[in-house]
Design a protein around this ligand. Structure first.
Ligand code: GRF
Length: 202
């Protein structure tokens, strides 16, 4: 299974995936290309240092459809099977979603459907939730909405502030993303309605 990683910033989720592959925890999975829409993204620099194929496709000032067409062409040129959004700060066009049906994963730092959109951890903390977490889901045309593959939950501590909570959620993200990729790569699943389930589960 050939991954195309899309990112815009820090890239810690990308690095966690790369480490899971290196450590042999994702057998048969490889990173075919890392694409950044931001020229100076730290994640891009990390991809370069790891010697992974990487591309910069700057989105700023471009029409969504045109930029997305370039990204799709790049992913196809690298024969990507599964697209992993890892801090990719762009909404995908319908054409992009259609080009990789149920073949795009995203990670979101909340237990969806709670707190979609930006600054989810801060939203959750300010709301006063007792349990927080992260979600890896397939991408459909709506924001933070597609079928859920993996969720990991943590208890919010009385000693937490928004920053410490976000850090503890990020540690769960780094586990959850590889777990979800492994499940999708295994092919041993089916989607019933909105439910991602083991193939043939009762
Ligand atoms: C993560 O919190 C992820 O859930 C969200 O964007 C952030 C990206 O962090 N979609 P990183 O670039 O992977 O470190």
């Amino acid at each position: 299974m050939r991954l195309g990683i899309l990112l815009s910033g820090r890239g810690s989720n990308f690095l966690a995936i790369a480490e899971a592959i290196r450590a042999g925890r994702l057998k048969g999975v490889e990173i075919s290309v890392v694409v950044s829409n931001v020229a100076d993204a730290a994640g891009l620099k990390a991809a370069r240092e790891l010697g992974l194929p990487h591309e910069i496709l700057v989105s700023k000032g471009r029409k969504r459809a045109e930029h997305d067409a370039d990204v799709i062409a790049c992913l196809k040129a690298h024969t990507v099977d599964l697209v992993c959004l890892a801090g990719y700060m762009r909404l995908l066009s319908a054409e992009f979603v259609a080009a990789f049906p149920n073949r795009i994963l995203n990670i979101h730092p909340s237990l969806l459907p709670a707190f979609p959109g930006l600054e989810a951890q801060e939203q959750a903390f300010a709301y006063g939730v007792k349990v927080a977490g992260c979600t890896v889901h397939f991408v459909d045309e709506d924001l933070d909405h597609g079928v859920i593959v993996v969720q990991r939950a943590i208890t919010v501590l009385e000693s937490d502030d928004a920053h410490s909570l976000a850090e503890r959620i990020l540690a769960e993200e780094h586990i959850a993303y590889s777990e979800a990729i492994g499940m999708v790569a295994s092919g041993d699943y089916e989607i019933r309605g909105r439910r991602f389930m083991k193939k043939g589960a009762a």
